[in-house]
Design a protein around this ligand. Structure first.
Ligand SMILES: [Ca+2]
Ligand SMILES: [Ca+2]
Ligand SMILES: [Ca+2]
Length: 164
């Protein structure tokens, strides 16, 4: 019975990673929702303090996973995405500087009403996306790549435990 176990652990070891306590795991990312409605810049700061960034939703799969999670929290709050069109109206960029290729705008969004340059999973739009004022209060939705569990040395250094 030993051999199958070795094979399995070798395969999984290629991208074995862990999320910090209290973070949600999906595919190769970890997610964490902040407890308070804050302005966009505060949300950016909130995530960077936790070694993460506001979420980059790159695929329909990632989007529907996150929408499903947000549904379970109810419709009381909207959640920041890590993108803006501040630099050039209508051109959305992730905070990493990368272009945004996948969108899930609600049918009437984005309309840049009174200059909306930030975006959220919107509580009133089935968590489809809407552009909103950056100075409005929404919840941070943070993402990071977790940390590698490693497969060999097991020194345990730098294990992240602090999540604030
Ligand atoms: Ca992502
Ligand atoms: Ca805009
Ligand atoms: Ca809007």
């Amino acid at each position: 019975m030993l051999l199958p176990l070795i094979i399995v652990s070798t395969i999984v070891g290629c991208n074995a990673f862990n999320c910090q306590n209290g973070w949600i795991t999906y595919e190769n990312s970890c997610y964490y929702v902040g407890p308070d409605d804050v302005h966009y810049t505060e949300a950016v700061h909130y995530c960077s303090q936790r070694n993460s960034h506001l979420v980059y939703v790159e695929t329909a799969r990632e989007n529907s996973f996150l929408k499903g999670r947000l549904d379970t929290y109810g419709t009381g709050h909207s959640y920041w995405l890590g993108m803006t069109d501040e630099m050039s109206e209508g051109i959305w960029q992730w905070n990493s500087g990368n272009s945004v290729y996948y969108f899930n705008w609600a049918p009437t969004e984005p309309q840049n009403h009174n200059n909306e340059d930030c975006a959220v999973f919107h509580k009133s739009l089935n968590f489809q996306w809407a552009d909103v004022p950056c100075a409005s209060g929404r919840r941070p939705l943070c993402e990071n790549a977790g940390y590698n569990t490693g497969t060999g040395t097991g020194t345990g250094t730098g294990t992240p435990t602090e999540i604030g």
